[in-house]
Design a protein around this ligand. Structure first.
Ligand code: GLU
Ligand code: ZN
Length: 479
């Protein structure tokens, strides 16, 4: 069997990280089996579909490195892969379901449905009112010019399937009200369009979030009604929910949810792939850091957890930091350049090359590099001390001792600078090293967290360093 999997997002300029995890798992399954990964954009809801959102989905996937063999831009045997361009396919399926008696026209308005429900103890959902309309009633509704939708009544019984994640799942059909297949006017709803396409595109595995478990019996019933041979039905694997720190579904209320946010805040695509793979799956106990090829080789849906997966930004940051550390220096230099440009921080030739080795082990996000090196790159007039609360009157004596000693240094190298500052502040003033250098660090770099101090002073040069110590002394005196 050739494995064919798909990612079927509703278009959105801000793909939710949970959807990206779904895409990653589905993609990994196809890549491991050397099968085919399909991107199908589910944009039948015209109110939400825009060209930007359509482009946004593709851009997000390209950025994170999930490539597709069939889909927008690349085509394939079942093109088009954009559901808004496949209306005729769904119309035909809907007509066939209706003609065969598997679906019926419902003329009820939402108000009528609500009115009938009021005061009744029936479970929520449509009451089946139009299922048994007589021909005369139907003709009367049509003559009234009422619009209709198509509804699908589940056959009696239950659906059981062996879910690749959840194991055996059984859902009784009496829990499922007659559900809508189309909107009034005939546009297909998700449940129909996805079932029609999953069958037509010969998908073998459907990987999706477990919020869609309830769609599975419906879509299987549609397969049966549409004559899709049972041996060709796909297997299903429903992934666990992703929750925030508070245990509630990850949403804007308890975390950052869009892939774009992480991209814009200095996370690497490689780190995102690594971290998202850990949401419900693991390579091996105690192995949290891996590359995507390892993930693909080891991926196994049967080892995906059934429990909600907690999104932990600190773990993501730790992984991001590790991935940054593992980059060749030259690669990191290239990756950082655009961040400096975007921040409007000038980059004289060669500076980033000499500064990257100093910060590579200290940054967690790419954006940290801009913050850490700003002190080195800005014009003196634009330099500002960020952690100015550190410059209090009590530190004035050590700042002035440091200034005086540094002014007398002959060879401005980090070795000499270090020796001078140790002699002056630790041996001379008797300060503990941590307390001795902190104020100097804040004075010249503006921050408590900085690249190594002595190297920073060397790169900054003597004049600028002394000037900043003077300015810091003035700040400390005012405080
Ligand atoms: N368009 C659906 C969604 O974004 C796809 C669900 C599925 O994978 O079947 O939720
Ligand atoms: Zn009705």
């Amino acid at each position: 069997m050739t494995v064919r999997t798909r990612f079927a997002p509703a278009p959105s300029g801000d793909l939710h990280v949970g959807n990206v995890r779904t895409a990653l798992f589905s993609w990994a399954l196809a890549r491991q089996a050397e099968g085919t990964f399909v991107l199908r954009v589910e944009d039948t809801d015209a109110s939400r579909a825009t060209e930007e959102a359509f482009a946004g989905v593709q851009d997000a996937l390209r950025w994170i490195g999930i490539d597709w063999d069939e889909g927008p831009g690349v085509g394939g045997p079942y093109a088009p892969y954009r559901q808004s361009e496949r209306r005729a396919v769904y119309d035909e399926a809907a007509a066939r379901l209706e003609a065969g008696g598997a679906a019926y026209r419902c003329y009820c308005t939402p108000e009528e449905i609500a009115e009938r429900r009021a005061g009744s103890k029936r479970p929520p959902g449509y009451d089946g009112h139009c299922r048994r309309l007589s021909d005369t009633q139907r003709a009367a509704y049509e003559a009234d010019g009422r619009s209709h939708i198509l509804r699908f009544p589940m056959p009696p019984g239950a659906t059981t399937w062996t879910d690749l994640v959840l194991g055996e799942v059984t859902i009784a059909h009496d829990q499922i009200p007659d559900f809508a297949l189309t909107r009034s006017g005939g546009a297909p709803l998700y449940v129909l369009a996805a079932a029609v396409d999953d069958a037509l595109m010969k998908l073998t595995h459907i990987v999706r979030g477990n919020d869609l478990v309830s769609a599975t019996p419906r879509q299987m019933a549609l397969f049966a009604a549409l004559g899709h041979p049972r041996e060709e039905w796909p297997s299903y694997g429903h992934l666990p929910l992703i929750v925030g720190e508070d245990g509630k579904p990850l949403s804007k209320r308890n975390g950052e949810v869009s892939l774009r946010w992480y991209r814009e805040h200095g996370f690497l695509a490689d780190a995102m792939r690594n971290y998202l793979a850990l949401l419900g799956w693991s390579l091996a106990p105690d192995r949290e850091l891996f590359d995507t090829a390892e993930m693909v080789a080891a991926f196994d849906l049967s080892r995906v957890s059934r429990n909600p997966a907690r999104f932990d930004v600190r773990k993501l940051e730790a992984i991001n930091g590790e991935k940054i550390r593992a980059l060749p220096e030259e690669t990191l230099v290239q990756m950082l350049r655009p961040w400096f440009e975007a921040a409007g921080v000038p980059l004289p030739p060669g500076v980033l090359e000499s500064a990257v080795p100093l910060i590579q082990t200290r940054i967690v996000r790419l954006t940290d590099a801009v913050d850490m090196l700003r002190f080195l790159l800005v014009e003196e007039a634009d330099f500002a001390v960020v952690d100015d609360d550190q410059l209090v009157p009590a530190v004035a004596p050590q700042l002035s001792a440091a200034r005086e000693a540094l002014a007398a240094v002959e060879a401005w190298t980090h070795e000499v600078i270090e020796r001078t500052l140790r002699d002056t502040l630790v041996d001379g003033l008797g300060l503990k090293p941590k307390l001795a250098f902190g104020p100097v660090r804040v004075a010249v770099t503006g921050r408590r967290m900085s690249p190594p101090l002595f190297e920073s002073l060397e790169l900054l040069g003597r004049d600028r360093s002394l000037g900043r110590l003077d300015a810091a002394l003035a700040l400390a005196a005012e405080a």
